[in-house]
Design a binder for this molecule. Structure first.
Ligand code: FAD
Length: 480
């Protein structure tokens, strides 16, 4: 039996104090979407479905109580922390969901400089943890562009990655242990140890679950020494993406660990580097950080590799430092971008995929002409590689288009057809359709093809941990 909004709210008032329950219609509208349908917010054209309430637990016990209620009554739960999701993970796809916002669970529980790990509640903004770590000469090593706004719960739930990933890894390399709540209210803690071989690594049921399996209440992440005085930048222009990918590949295969390793194509590069890079050049760039000796060896090794490529023309490292320190997106930049879209109806979207070195350039070469040919209104189309590994890299497609439809139709008219092209061309060549933003609801229609025969494992996990299907319905696995 489906509960009405009034019945859900009445139940919630039995579980939490009134000041932790928000049913204001404006809040419910705002909390029905995320950046995936951001035009609804930018143009104030919300279409719903809207949640019954947004609730703000203060403790793990309160999360457990809420999840037990939701599971028993079949109420869809959308977990939320920083609210920076881009793939529809925060969208409330059915009437009368509850949004469980962990933003008030925002205490740093410990910064342990001896064991090099920090424990925080899910609602701690990454920037706050990073600032505290730096006060004692440490860093989390995690720096997604959403660092000022995203919280540790959401960052873990989306399997996020930051700009220094080549050295520190993605969040999956940083999470030591965690505490989570499963539907029904079961609280589980995964203890903090450097490594263990006691069966499967169950942290990976939590990392990247996108609120579709469990609610993350607490995480412990690694810390690293912070040496900003040694930051070193290097970069070269190249004529083609193919050559740029080859430079990146050689650096990774040789075993160097720059913190940043990026390659921008012509159009995407012009958004950042037009004051020193010609419009028909790509740019490959690196940053090395850490201990002074390691930084020098890394920079020298990368320079030797670039010197073997006659097409590599060095750029002034000062330009790269200037660009780099303005790369994150705080609330001001996000508001300015929303305003730009409102006034111009020119929308900027991104989609990130990954593939091995043999195929990444083919995917890049296949996607761009198709988008140009099949999608109307494109005003800028390009991309960059921002996270590299010994066996391959990612591609972050960046595209702008003028819309000629109602704003709330933008996904169907433009965004979905572009995502379809990118997913088709990536899957055809054996790549992954999601490198770091999560599947959300935006790319869930492709999840069976993404997983192939291993979809059985994913589906079994979902049924086992969320038998009543109340955790973020339609996220990762589409609604049937
Ligand atoms: C300007 C901008 C720049 C970005 N740059 C990057 C980048 O560099 N790298 C990157 O990886 N991503 C990036 N993103 C995407 C986004 O910031 C990340 O996905 C981030 O990890 C989301 O964290 P959040 O706290 O905002 O989570 P939310 O947006 O609140 O939630 C994201 C997802 O996680 C789930 N979730 C949230 N909290 C919990 C919880 N406590 N337990 C279980 N599930 C939960 C939600 O249901 C949702 O599916 C960017 C986004 C923006 C808008």
């Amino acid at each position: 039996m489906t509960l009405s909004q009034a019945e859900i709210v009445e139940h919630l008032h039995r579980l939490l104090p009134a000041e932790q329950i928000d049913t204001d219609p404006d809040t419910l509208r705002l909390r029905s979407i995320d950046n995936f349908r951001k035009l609804q917010y930018i143009f104030d054209r919300f279409v719903g479905p809207f949640p019954a309430a947004v609730v703000y637990p203060n403790s793990t016990e309160e999360v457990a109580t809420l999840l037990a209620f939701a599971d028993e009554q079949g109420v869809n739960v959308v977990a939320r922390t920083g609210g920076t999701a881009t793939e529809g993970g925060l969208e409330t796809p059915v009437e009368h969901s509850i949004v469980v916002d962990g933003g008030r669970m925002n205490r740093i529980l410990s910064i342990d400089a001896y064991n090099m790990q920090a424990t925080v509640q899910c609602g701690v903004p990454l920037q706050v943890l990073e600032d505290e770590a730096r006060k004692v000469g440490l860093t989390t090593g995690h720096s997604p562009q959403s660092k000022p706004v995203a919280h540790l719960g959401g960052l873990t739930a989306t399997r996020s990655i930051g700009q220094f990933s080549t050295l520190y890894g993605g969040i999956e390399d940083m999470i030591v242990g965690c505490e989570v709540v499963f539907p029904g209210g079961e609280v589980c803690r995964i203890k903090n140890v450097p490594r263990r071989a006691a069966g499967p690594d169950i942290r990976h049921i939590v990392i990247g679950n996108e609120g579709a399996l469990c609610y993350i209440t607490e995480v412990t992440v690694k810390l690293f020494p912070y040496h900003p005085e040694n930051h070193t930048f290097l970069g070269w222009t190249v004529k083609t993406m193919k050559e740029g990918f080859e430079v990146l590949r050689e650096v990774m295969v040789a075993g160097f660990k720059p913190s940043v390793a990026r390659l921008y194509d012509y159009e995407d590069g012009q958004l950042h580097f037009s004051h020193f890079v010609a419009p028909d050049d790509c740019i490959v760039l690196f940053m090395a950080e850490g201990n002074a000796g390691i930084v020098k060896a890394t920079a020298d090794g990368i320079a030797e590799i670039a010197a073997r490529h006659p097409g590599c023309v060095p750029v002034d490292p000062a330009h790269l430092a200037e660009w780099f320190y303005d790369l994150t997106w705080g609330p001001d930049k996000i508001t300015r971008e929303d305003e730009r879209i409102r006034t111009t109806r020119n929308v900027n979207r991104t989609t990130e995929i990954s593939a091995d070195w043999s195929t990444i350039n083919d995917i890049y070469d296949a996607v761009l002409p198709r988008i140009r040919a099949e999608i109307r209104g494109i005003t800028l189309l390009g991309g960059h590689s921002s996270h590299s590994y010994i066996n391959g890299t990612n591609m972050y497609f960046n595209y702008f288009y003028d819309i000629d439809c109602e704003p709330e139709q933008e996904n169907e008219e433009y965004y979905f057809p572009i995502i379809d092209i990118i997913c088709e061309e990536t899957l055809k060549r054996g790549g992954s359709i999601v490198h770091h933003h999560g599947i959300g609801k935006a790319r869930s229609k492709w999840v069976r093809e993404e997983y192939g025969t291993s979809f059985h494992m994913l589906e079994t996990l979902k049924h086992a941990f969320d038998p009543n299907g109340v955790m973020n319905m339609g996220t990762i696995i589409p609604r049937s």
